[in-house]
Every structure is written in structure tokens, then in C-alpha cells.
Design a protein around this ligand. Sequence first.
Ligand SMILES: [Cu+2]
Length: 121
Amino acid sequence: MSTTELLVMATGLAAIAWVNWYFFLAGRAAAAVRGSEVVITVDNGYSPATIRARAGVPLRIVFDRKDNSSCSEEVVFPDFGVRRFLPTGEKTTIEVTPPKPGRYEFMCGMAMLRGTLIAEE
Ligand SMILES: [Cu+2]
């Protein structure tokens, strides 16, 4: 293997290591802010559809609705007794506090679009 090939390989490996490190740190940063606020884009589905939170800590969920589908116009959190209309082109904030660790489903008014709030210790 020539010196050039070695250099190219070393550079490639360094780039891969950097990307992994970057996303590892980014993941940790996301974990650090959890428990305060999360933005969910509503566009014929929820993105992200799975969100994580801390049990016992109030979480602000900001629904940013983009689509005009009647399916998306309402979001329901049955465990929290929340049913909220989401105007298209607007951000609607819902605050919930998961009482204990577990999975809390949320969905559209007809239970077709679905998402999960996972509360951790
Ligand atoms: Cu629906």
C-alpha cells in the first residue's frame, strides 16, 4: 500500500469516526434537552412519531401542522384527557406531564395517525 493510499484510508477512517462522534454527541444533546420542549411536524403523520421525555417533568409538545388533511386537524392524548384542534400553518403547544415511566400514545381524532411519548425514569 502506497503512502497516498494510506493517507486516503486514514482520512476516511477519521471522517467516519468524526461523524459517529458528532451524532453521538448530538444524541446526547437531544437527551439533555428532553423534558422541556419538543417540536412535532404534522404532515400526514407525526414527525418524529416517537418522542422521549422524563417522567414527572412537564413536557411542551409543539405541533407544527403543515397539511390540510382533515385527518390531522385534531390531536388526542387519551391518557392526559387532551384533545386539541391544530390549525394548519400554525404551531399549537400542548403541555403534558407523564406521571410515571411508560408509553403514552397520541393520535389524530380518528386514531389513524399515531405517535408515542415514551417517558423514562
Ligand atoms: Cu385521522
